[in-house]
Each structure stands twice: as C-alpha cells, then as structure tokens.
Write a protein that binds this ligand. Structure first.
Ligand code: NAD
Ligand code: UGA
Length: 464
C-alpha cells in the first residue's frame, strides 16, 4: 500500500514539526496539517516563514522547503480527512481538570472528537495513526467509534508515539534514536497498514531504527519513556538537596555516575525542576492507569517523581526568600528565563511559573526577561493559576525586553531557563547595577561559583 495523501489533525508542537519533516523527506506524498485554531493555521501559512507559530531551531527552513509544494496547512478538517489515505491524530491530551480522574487522567475529549469526525466524514478506507501520547488501550476506543458507522469504511489503527524534545525537534525528527510503530501484525491487512507507515519513515530513517510492535506495547512505551526520563531528573534533583546539605557537588556526582556505561551521562542535569507539557501529565496518567488496575505500589512509586519535582521548585523559591533575610515583600526579583527549557517559546508547566507564583505570594515585585516568550504568555500563565487577580499579576509582574533592564536595581537575580545568552551576559555589569548585597540564584547550573563570588555576588547554585 503506497501512501499518497496524509492528513494530520493538530498543528501544534508535534503535528507541525513532524509533518513538516515527513513532507520534506517524502516529496511525493501530500501532507495537509489541519487545526481548528484559525490563528495557528494562519501563522503556519504566514508569508514570512519566520512567523510560524512554533519556535524550533531549523524548523522555518524545513517549512520553507516543503510548504506549498507538498505541505499544506488548513482549517478545512473534513476535506483533508476525506482525501487522506493516512490520518495522524496529533491533538492535545492534557490532564483532566474535571470529573473522574481529575488532576490525573488524560483528557481524551479531543481524541474522541477526532475519531467521531473521521467516522462521520470518511468515505474510503483509512489508516488512522495515534501520534498523540495516549493511555494504553486507547486504540480500542478509537476502533469502536470508527467501526460502528455501518458505512463499510475500513480502518486500521496504528500507534506511532512521538519522542521529539522541544528545542531539538528538527534534529530529533531527522535522526531519531528510534521510530516506534504499534499495529496488528497478526493479520495480513494489519501488517500492510504497519508496513505503509514503516515505508514513510524509511525515506530517511535507517530500517534498524524503525521498531514495530503491538499497539498496547507501543502506547505504553511512550508513557514509560517519559516516566524514565523524568525519573532521572527527579533522582538527580533529590540528590542536589543532599549535596547542598553535605558539601558535595551534584555536578561532580552526576559526572562520576554518568561515566558508568550502565547509567550514562544524559539527563543528569540538576535543575530548578522539570517542566514542559508532557512529563508531569504523562506520569500522572501512568499513576492513574496503575491505580485503575489496582496496582497501588506501582502508582505510588511513580508518583514520587512528581512529588520530588514539586519539592524542587518550591525549595528553590523558598531559598530565595530565606536568603533575602526571610522577606521579599516589596523587593525586586529579576527572573531570567520563563520557557521550560532553552531554545523553545513553550512555557507549559515551566518551573518559572511556580517560582514566580511563590515569590508573588510573598509580595515580591517580579521582573521577567525571556528572549522568546511574550509578555502576554507570561501573564496568561500566571492568570491560569488563579492565585490572584489578573490586575494584581499585572501590578506585581513586569516583563522587559532586555536582561539588563530586568536586573537594574534588583535585590536578587534568579536564572530559571538555561538560555545560552545568559552565560554570555556581562556579569560585572549585572553586579554593578544590582542592589547590594547582590544575590544570584542559579537554578540551572549555568554559572561558575568561583567566578561569580569573585565578582562579588552572593551566589547560590542548585546542588552545590
Ligand atoms: P498542542 O496543544 O501544541 O497542539 C494540539 C493542536 O490540536 C492544537 O493546535 C489544537 O487546536 C488542535 N486540536 C485539538 N482538537 C482538534 C480537533 N478536534 N480538530 C482539529 N484540531 C484540533 O499539543 P502538542 O504539544 O503538539 O501535543 C500533542 C500530543 O503530542 C499530546 O498528546 C502530547 O502529549 C504529545 N507529545 C508532545 C510532545 C511535545 O514536545 N510537545 C512530544 C511528544 C508527544
Ligand atoms: C520530553 C522528552 O525528552 C521527549 O522525548 C518527549 O517526546 C517529550 O517530553 C514529550 O513527550 O512531550 P521535552 O519536554 O520537550 O521532551 O524536553 P526535555 O528535554 O525532556 O526536558 C524536559 C524538562 O526536564 C525541561 O524542563 C528540562 O529543563 C528538564 N531537564 C531535562 C532537567 O532538568 N535536567 C535534565 O538533565 C534534562
């Protein structure tokens, strides 16, 4: 089966970049990315390719190459579904905020809406690919919806979770460690559907890196991968506190254990806490699934990863207050960075939001600088927490366009995101323009203690 037309529902952080790369690498396949969000689609279609709605190094070049040739962005979901042989579902699956499973389970409302729309619109057989991260056994629900229309259209459901990380999405998509495809290889038709998707990726991914498996294992592997990654961050962060208490240096500990090839050096960077749209949501979902099978010890084990992460964010903020003589009321705190990691404009679940909220509860005046995040986004993130009125957030928080403006006359500076440009700041100039004593809190282990202390800073660094 040769795929000619692909539709992807959801033009977000996953749908946009993955489909752009598929279109780039498979010029003979037409790829249409659709979304209900008109503004987002308009931005993907913006004449100036630098205005696409997602900031990812290298992405605008990929879009420029394929857009208009075989890559299209549209709000006409029905038409794209009808035309496609293969439909990726890449919509959001956030944590439920209501009802059963509130605060834990994944909200599958948007996934189900997609399935119902496909069922309503499709007039020819389709391969439906789960690209969103989903609880194990979601494919059974999709199949139920799709196969109960009575119109004779046949569907094959595949699971193809995405492992890209933001900030390195294009790199990750061009050279993935692996592509994972779950399908029903016990039937001839199922195997053909699986092979059709393997063939798409085989345009640029070496065959040995394309893993095929059954649907349930594929769905669960995605949640597991994120749980393991987040667990490493929480593990090293738990030890950062012990390092601070005992005089050890967490970076040295990470270096020493990372040399063990069984442990490996990656994902051992201690920080103010992990953020991002997925780690927390996917672990909470894993905990919920385990609980729903009655596996309480399994659930408790993974929940600790979240508990430790919340502790790390809180303890960073609490340390600022404690160090500033137990009060930050009316004091100016400069926050450098708001994104959940460098090289992205995504702020979902960013540690910075929670640190700011903590400081605002202590009546600090917070000034934020981030090279890629807009002030509208920063206020929206704080408003969403509901800790205080929108007016208060705007009174207490100022967003500025330069790091030097942020630190001017600040009582303390805190680094929340590891943007490269923060390393290159003129730290002598920063010291000069801050109030004294000049407190500097490095939540990302970006700066050298000796160097900063020599300049005169009162320096605090995670895990050292
Ligand atoms: P996102 O919120 O950026 O994008 C989802 C898009 O889907 C939105 O633009 C929304 O308008 C659209 N949408 C929702 N329902 C729709 C419908 N019925 N019809 C048309 N459009 C619809 O989300 P994202 O970050 O791209 O994540 C998507 C999925 O991929 C999630 O399940 C997430 O867990 C998973 N994932 C995300 C990442 C990441 O780095 N962000 C990485 C791997 C996997
Ligand atoms: C993560 C995974 O790395 C991807 O494989 C996965 O596809 C994605 O989630 C997803 O499912 O959404 P992402 O959240 O984009 O990707 O970014 P990461 O690089 O994993 O970083 C997550 C958070 O952990 C960031 O806040 C980062 O600063 C923090 N982190 C990461 C650390 O504090 N220390 C580390 O050593 C690594």
């Amino acid at each position: 089966m040769k795929i000619k037309n692909i539709c992807c529902i959801g033009a977000g952080y996953v749908g946009g970049p993955t489909m752009s790369v598929i279109a780039q690498k498979c010029p003979e396949i037409n790829v249409t990315v659709v979304d209900l969000n008109e503004k987002r689609i308009a931005a993907w279609n913006d004449e100036d390719v630098e205005n696409i709605p997602i900031y990812e190094p290298g992405l605008s070049g990929v879009v420029a190459e394929a857009r208009g040739r075989n890559l299209f962005f549209s709000t006409d979901v029905d038409e794209a579904i009808d035309k496609a042989d293969m439909i990726f579902i890449s919509v959001n699956t956030p944590t439920k905020t209501y009802g059963i499973g509130k605060g834990m389970a994944a909200d599958l409302k948007w996934i189900e809406l997609c399935a119902r729309q496909i069922a309503r619109v499709a007039t020819s057989d389709k391969i439906v690919v789960e690209k969103s991260t989903l609880p194990v056994r979601t494919a059974a629900a999709l199949s139920d919806i799709l196969h109960n229309t009575g119109n004779g259209v046949k569907y094959h459901i595949l699971s193809n979770p995405e492992f890209l990380a933001e900030g390195t999405a294009v790199e990750d998509l061009h050279a993935p460690d692996r592509v994972l495809i779950g399908g029903d290889y016990t039937t001839e038709e199922g195997s053909k559907a699986l092979q059709a998707l393997v063939d798409v990726y085989a345009h640029w991914v070496p065959k040995e890196n394309i893993l095929t498996t059954n649907v349930w294992s594929s769905e669960l592997s995605k949640l597991t991968a994120n749980a393991f990654l987040a667990q490493r961050v929480s593990s090293i962060n738990s030890l950062s506190e012990l390092c601070e208490a005992s005089g050890a240096d967490v970076a040295e500990v990470a270096r020493a254990i990372g040399k063990d090839s069984r442990i490996g050096p990656k994902f051992l960077q201690s920080s103010v806490g992990f953020g991002g749209s997925c780690f927390q949501k996917d672990i909470l979902n894993l905990v919920y699934i385990a609980k729903s099978f009655g596996l309480n010890e399994v659930a408790d084990y993974w929940e600790q990863v979240i508990i430790m992460n919340d502790h790390q964010k809180r303890r960073f903020a609490a340390n600022i207050v404690k160090t500033l003589y137990n009060t930050v009321s009316g004091k100016k705190i400069a926050m450098l960075g708001w994104a959940f990691k460098k090289d992205t404009n995504d702020t979902r679940e960013s540690a910075a939001i929670y640190v700011a909220d903590y400081l605002l509860n202590e009546r600090a005046e917070v000034v934020v600088y981030d090279p890629k995040v807009t002030s509208a986004q920063i206020y929206a993130d704080l408003d969403y927490l509901g800790s205080r009125s929108e007016e208060e957030n705007r009174n207490l928080v100022t967003v500025v366009n330069s790091p030097y403006e942020a630190i001017e006359d600040a009582h303390a500076t805190a680094i929340l995101t590891e943007w490269d440009e923060f390393k290159k700041l003129d730290w002598d100039k920063v010291f000069e323009s801050m109030l004294k004593p000049a407190f500097l809190f490095d939540g990302r282990r970006l700066l050298e203690r000796n160097e900063m202390e020599e300049k005169g800073f009162k320096f605090y660094s995670i895990g050292n």
